[in-house]
Design a protein around this ligand. Sequence first.
Ligand SMILES: [Zn+2]
Ligand SMILES: [Zn+2]
Ligand SMILES: [Zn+2]
Length: 220
Amino acid sequence: MAVYRSRPLPFITLPREVLLNGNLTPTSRLLYALLLSSLDVDMEFSQIATLAGLRHPDELSPYLEELAQIGAVEVGDHEGRGSVLTVHEMPVVPQQRTHTCVPCEDCGDCSCEYIKGVCRPCSEIRRTNDQAKRDIDRWKRQLEAGATYAIGQHAARLHRWDCPTLNTPEKGMARLEEQKPYAKNGGYYWSRLPDLYTADELRQKGSRKKHCAVCGPDPL
Ligand SMILES: [Zn+2]
Ligand SMILES: [Zn+2]
Ligand SMILES: [Zn+2]
């Protein structure tokens, strides 16, 4: 079962050692708080610069440098992402200041933003593939148990299980393959296969559905 977060806390926690660090300029201390706040909401660098009292994002550099010196932030190259600013919610000690990129096991792009080892789009792909596998197993089990009638997603008509108008494991998997390039934008999803029934089950249900004219299922 997946676990989702709901009602994220409306505040952030600042480590005292950064806030009370007298070697930092006031702008750096404010910038650190702004960066921490920006982690869960989409905020442009230009917005952060404005909120820090600066006119242009380029002016952030010396302050980011100050924060990097105390291990509060880090700039490094990440696979497929180029230069990335990592904000530590707890500053790291010098020995830990070599945050190297963890490439995704599946696609090789940076996975640091998400669960270590697999990037967010690939996690979605894995989840959808699991869902597809479970659905295909269910469909095959029903077919093997003699369920040769099908009711499709729209439930309008009764079909033979192999009606060309219905989704099949092969069609579904081919569609997933085509959708792979769009996984990053959430375009990777599984369409449920039709539910299969035996003639007995349909008689018990008292099914009065119209029979599909394309496949012409046997009369019940
Ligand atoms: Zn990375
Ligand atoms: Zn990946
Ligand atoms: Zn049909």
